[in-house]
Design a protein around this ligand. Structure first.
Ligand SMILES: Nc1nc2c(c(=O)[nH]1)N[C@H]1C(S)=C(S)[C@@H](COP(=O)(O)OP(=O)(O)OC[C@H]3O[C@@H](n4cnc5c(=O)[nH]c(N)nc54)[C@H](O)[C@@H]3O)O[C@H]1N2
Ligand SMILES: Nc1nc2c(c(=O)[nH]1)N[C@H]1C(S)=C(S)[C@@H](COP(=O)(O)OP(=O)(O)OC[C@H]3O[C@@H](n4cnc5c(=O)[nH]c(N)nc54)[C@H](O)[C@@H]3O)O[C@H]1N2
Ligand SMILES: [Mo]
Length: 760
């Protein structure tokens, strides 16, 4: 029986009692061995462990409880009392498990033993670690390394990630796709061209000095809730926050800080957004052009009235290139086009421009609402253009702030998990480890999917993640996975990717970050990099879920040892015995980024990696910050004149971490009991002849010979611009064509799938 949706708009603030109640529910249901009290002591604290949930930074002076509802949920689920033992796999065939929901699979608990798939009995069967490593090594030795892929999801530590990329390169390939390819790859392509850095320029300190925040396409209440504490402080200084989002996300509207007893008692929320603009999906380039145009008009007026300029003319002259062409674009783009493409009235964009123009120090925050579009790179660069007009990069209280996803996704890139060789110091690796690394670019996520579909991949190793569930074109990908000779998944909990098997499949269970990682030199520390380039140490506190688990560094080292000839310069065992030695190796490869690495582990708030743009040094081709012209007004597909096609946004609920579904409630959006929901504008619903709360089928509206269609959705009348609708990821990934991605970064355009809605 399909679940029926219960919808009641959420009138409560984010945080507050709602979050406390939800936290309690998850702690109890998982019978977790952690408690709120122990979370308070160790979670995101110096001497404790770094949260595995989001990548938002950890302050130097933490709150009593430096965790949020969702970080606590992730930890309770990691520390669950449930186990998927060999006995569990004896009871359930893989075919049976393929019928389970994402929720039920992860809810089965922590993996405990290394397992190999046995096709005859259609079951995973326990295998000794040594046998697993020997077989994986022997198989890898038999393949052409260029036909193998080492995927990484963004949780593994800097130490594991460094070892993993080195393993790939010693073995002979750069095929290192990671979750970032589906996420902030757009940022990694856009920002270097604009300002010469692949990462944001803002530090947490800057929020204490900012006068104004602009936010595009990010859902703070669900995906980075600890940032709400900072935003609350910004609002208490009366600095405005201007939000662009098709949905009125509760986190941007109002917040009660659960750590402030006074506010909890009165339940009087802090209003977060001072302006809220419900742009249509993919309408941000146009909206930002409108803001830029209005800023220019304010500048013209100020100049002719003899008032101080609105643009930072000195900054533009000294630090930037391309302003004249950008100014011409702003002047020649007409308001009717801007209004049409953004879906916003001129007055709204002028109001945003006036607020922006009136502030001395401005931070721009963004997330998947910008990066996951056909013109995602242009969208991010347009946001940088806006900042550059007024010299808002490279000074206190200002800058660009991509809010990253996985807790170490940015760090993985920093230490070499990248398919693009230009991002990796190959010469230094060659010298340090005495080998000749492969020099041609490897495959990113979309390339990997194409190669799997073409039957060209012999082996896939997954360091965490849920690849087949997270990528586009799910049905085709699942059908083709059986052609892979060796599929190895290093994981903490069961997910669908483990059940879509290759000819030989291994499931290797590992520790989570909050567990004690004991090696020959004692309990180990690992490190991660947050969204603001700060490096933090993490020490596990909990007894491992099973004695049979190995740490990620150990698993990577054992696979490498079984595959590669011995090399005295790569002391795998010594590294595993003491992760400080891995950090020494990282420092030797990246001396500027990680100087005195082991000595700086416990600096409160982490230590920042240097970012040249913070000091107005521009490591771009021109040596300046570049104004980049957008190649179109709409970041989405061209919808021409066909108004039966909607732009489908796929997004996260408040009860999930990516493909890990914690429950069926999206409390902050008021949606309960089901995830098979389409949030739709009532005018569109009526236009398509769908009854209120009716059942619909979504069909991808492209003409490429592949039929992509899913039924069983219930419509919910929602406050969303006409022409835009929304539903949940990962359920909708079967609707997303593999080729529908950002033009330059190949990030899947998951925020604008062209779909048609039909009554079921
Ligand atoms: N609890 C929890 N935390 C998480 C995650 C999780 O799943 N759960 N995932 C982690 C990961 S890997 C990532 S990448 C981040 C993701 O965090 P976000 O970047 O917030 O990503 P989404 O949840 O996909 O939501 C994107 C937001 O953009 C809006 N949006 C969609 N299309 C557009 C558009 O065209 N323009 C504008 N202006 N807005 C648009 C949506 O309404 C939504 O509010 O969160 C991380 N943190
Ligand atoms: N349509 C659509 N598709 C999307 C997105 C979207 O917004 N819309 N978002 C994209 C984004 S931003 C991302 S980042 C990707 C996410 O893609 P992935 O990173 O591949 O997926 P996750 O769901 O984060 O992976 C969850 C699994 O990781 C394993 N795991 C958890 N913790 C650990 C650990 O500490 N170590 C190891 N080894 N394994 C662990 C568990 O087994 C768990 O089942 O999805 C992308 N796909
Ligand atoms: Mo992500």
């Amino acid at each position: 029986m399909a679940r029926r949706v219960r919808y009641k708009p959420y009138a409560q603030p984010t945080g507050g009692w709602g979050s406390v109640k939800s936290l309690g529910k998850h702690a109890t249901r998982q019978r977790a061995v952690t408690t709120a009290g122990s979370l308070m002591k160790d979670h995101n604290k110096v001497g404790g462990y770094a949260c595995t949930s989001c990548a938002w930074t950890k302050p130097g002076e933490p709150h009593l409880a430096e965790f949020c509802e969702n970080g606590a949920k992730a930890t309770f689920w990691d520390m669950t009392a449930r186990r998927t033992t060999p006995d569990f796999f004896a009871r359930h065939s893989v075919t049976e498990l393929l019928g389970w929901s994402d929720y039920d699979l992860e809810n089965a608990g922590r993996l405990t033993h290394p397992m190999r798939y046995d096709a005859k009995s259609d079951r995973y069967i326990q295998v000794p670690w040594a046998e697993a490593f020997a077989d994986i090594g022997a198989r890898l030795k038999s393949y052409d390394p260029k036909k193998t892929v080492f995927y990484a999801s963004g949780r593994a530590s800097l130490e594991t990630s460094y070892m993993y990329q080195l393993f790939a390169r010693l073995y002979g390939h750069n095929n290192l796709p990671d979750s970032s390819n589906m996420c902030h790859e757009t940022t990694s392509v856009a920002l270097p061209q604009s300002i010469g850095t692949p990462v944001g320029t803002v530090l947490l300190d800057d929020f204490g000095k900012t006068d104004c925040i602009l936010s595009f396409g990010q859902n703070v209440g669900t995906n980075s809730p600890r940032l709400l504490h900072t935003l609350q402080q910004v609002r208490e200084r009366d600095a405005p926050i201007v939000v662009f989002n098709p949905l009125r996300e509760r986190g941007w509207e109002s917040f009660v800080n659960p750590q402030r007893p006074g506010q909890m008692l009165t339940n009087a929320p802090t209003q977060i957004a001072t302006q809220y603009h419900q742009v249509r999906a993919g309408g941000d380039i146009a909206a930002m052009l409108g803001i830029g145009k209005a800023v220019l008009a304010l500048h013209d007026t100020a100049k002719s009235a003899g008032r101080p300029p609105v643009l930072d003319e000195a900054f533009i002259a000294e630090h930037t290139q391309g302003f004249a062409a950008f100014e011409a674009r702003l002047r020649e783009t007409g308001w009717p086009e801007i209004i049409e493409a953004s879906g916003l009235p001129r007055a709204a964009l002028e109001a945003a421009a006036t607020t922006y123009a009136g502030a001395k120090a401005v931070i721009a925050i963004y997330g998947m609402g910008l990066t996951q579009h056909r013109l995602g790179v242009d969208s991010v660069q347009m946001l940088v253009n806006l900042l550059l007009m007024r010299g808002q990069i490279g000074k206190p209280g200002a800058g660009i702030c991509p809010v990253r996803g996985h807790s170490n996704v940015q760090g993985q890139r920093t230490v070499g998990i990248a398919e693009k060789t230009e991002l990796v110091p190959l010469d230094r690796l060659a010298e340090q480890f005495g080998f000749e690394p492969p020099r041609e670019d490897g495959m990113a996520t979309v390339d990997t999917c194409e190669a799997i579909i073409a039957g060209e991949i012999d082996a896939f190793i997954g360091l965490g993640g849920n690849f087949v569930r997270a990528i586009p074109e799910r049905e085709l990908m699942e059908a083709k996975w059986g052609g892979i000779d060796l599929s190895v998944q290093i994981a903490t909990k069961l997910n669908r990717c483990h059940l879509v098997t290759g000819r030989t499949s291994y499931l290797l269970p590992t520790l989570v970050r909050s567990e004690i990682d004991h090696q020959t030199s004692g309990p180990q520390i690992v490190t991660i990099e947050d969204s603001t380039t700060c490096i933090h140490a993490s020490r596990g506190k909990w007894k491992p879920a099973a004695e049979t688990l190995l740490s990620e560094p150990r698993i990577v080292a054992e696979m490498a040892k079984a595959t590669l000839p011995a090399n005295p310069k790569v002391p795998w065992d010594e590294w595993v015995g003491d992760y400080a030695r891995v950090r020494d190796a990282i420092e030797a490869t990246y001396p500027d980024q990680f100087s005195r690495f082991n000595q700086r582990l416990d600096i409160p708030g982490g230590f920042p990696r240097p970012v040249a743009a913070r000091h107005r040094e521009w490591e771009t081709d021109s040596g300046k910050a570049n104004f980049k012209l957008p190649s179109g007004l709409s970041a989405s597909f061209d919808d021409g004149t066909d108004n039966t096609v909607l732009r489908l946004i796929t997004l996260r609920s408040n009860d999930q971490f990516n493909t890990t579904v914690y429950g069926y409630d999206d409390r902050l959006r008021g949606i309960h009991n089901s995830r098979m929901v389409v949030m739709i504008n009532p005018d569109d619903r009526i236009r398509f002849g769908v009854a209120a709360k009716g059942r619909v089928r979504l069909t991808t509206a492209v003409d490429d010979g592949i039929h992509r269609s899913m039924g069983g959705f219930e419509v919910v009348d929602y406050d969303i611009p006409s022409g835009t609708c929304a539903a949940y990821f990962p359920e909708c990934n079967a609707l997303l064509p593999l080729w529908h991605h950002a033009q330059e970064s190949k990030t899947p355009a998951a925020k604008s799938i062209p779909i048609r809605v039909t009554v079921e």
